[in-house]
Design a protein around this ligand. Structure first.
Ligand SMILES: [Zn+2]
Ligand SMILES: [Zn+2]
Length: 317
């Protein structure tokens, strides 16, 4: 293990959003605070986002899209016909608004909550940073995501993704599809993310996302649009395009993915943020979504080393 701090990027290029460097307060103990229930929390929150926000909102979003959708795009995605695609988009938007903009931002406003953050009160942000992150996030979701979702929808529609509403939901089948979606995003995100850490791509594209060195949930989609479409949305929508799962399952997957990335950027251990938080802090570790790829390729920061080694373990040997 090397003992010096890596300097892949000059110090002056380090994130502008860095707050104070005071050490975080002692972390609360307990299974919940340590993130043991983070997957269950993510799955439950995603379900509520689909059931109580996305499904009721979907009709309004369809009518809004119908009114402004360019005629040139209708052969590829027509909001009036392709209700599955609209519901998928609506679920992603709902999860970002509910989890990142709503729940986590409210939590972040409470100083006591910072005790539960991986980087303590470093993960604070100003009103300016919050509005900037939300503006970029909503622009990415509402405007740029179509560059990835329309091609993926073409693939999904050709496999019958638009006409499966009458098919009964089969739990074993949908669970198998979900597993494929998870593996797909794990591989896709890891490969694209590691590529984005090549010096040139980092400088031109990915550095923007790393502006938050101690991230907050609103920064989960604070990314260059190229990174957002290729690295983030591409890997999420590829799963349903390949499995052609039930529309409700596809909508749930989109809500799950956005909930998961929001919570991974939230900074809260209880929500499973520690691994990706480490990546934002130390750059050279934890490139994936925490399933298989980092462990398989040796880029997963070993548990406990971070707390023990501090600056000394930032560089992989
Ligand atoms: Zn990130
Ligand atoms: Zn990165």
């Amino acid at each position: 293990m090397a003992t010096s701090r890596p300097r892949p990027y000059p110090v002056e290029e380090e994130p502008e959003f860095r707050a104070d460097r005071a050490p975080p307060a002692a972390a609360p103990r307990g299974a919940l605070a340590a993130g043991k229930a983070s997957h269950l929390i993510t799955a439950t929150v995603a379900f509520f986002c689909v059931r109580f926000v996305s499904l009721p909102m979907c009709g309004h979003l369809t009518r809004a899209l119908e009114a402004m959708w360019p005629a040139a795009l209708r052969p590829y995605l027509d909001p009036a016909q392709d209700d599955t695609a609209v519901l998928m988009g609506c679920s992603a938007l709902s999860a970002y608004l509910v989890v990142a903009v709503g729940l986590c931002s409210l939590l972040d406003c409470h100083p006591e909550a910072h005790r539960y953050k991986t980087q303590g009160h470093r993960s604070i942000f100003t009103w300016d940073q919050w509005t900037r992150a939300v503006a970029v996030g909503l622009s990415n979701i509402l405007l740029f995501s179509w560059f990835a979702t329309i091609p993926a929808w073409q693939l999904q529609r050709r496999g019958g993704g638009s006409g499966a509403w009458d098919t009964p939901l089969s739990l074993p089948n949908e669970l198998a599809c979900f597993a494929v979606h998870v593996v797909t995003i794990d591989v896709w995100f890891y490969v694209t993310h590691r590529a984005l850490h090549l010096p040139l791509l980092y400088k031109w594209i990915h550095k923007f996302h790393h502006a938050f060195k101690a991230p907050a949930a609103i920064a989960c989609v604070y990314a260059n649009p190229i990174e957002f479409c290729v690295g983030n949305v591409g890997g999420v929508v590829l799963g349903p395009a390949l499995t052609r799962c039930h529309p409700y399952a596809a909508a749930y997957w989109l809500a799950f993915a956005l909930t998961s990335t929001s919570l991974a950027h939230s900074g809260y251990r209880a929500f499973g943020a520690e691994e990706h938080d480490t990546h934002h802090e130390h750059f050279s570790w934890n490139f994936g979504v925490g399933i298989l790829m980092d462990r398989a390729l040796g880029t997963c920061l070993p548990e406990g080393l971070r707390a023990r080694g501090g600056e000394k373990i930032m560089k992989r040997s």
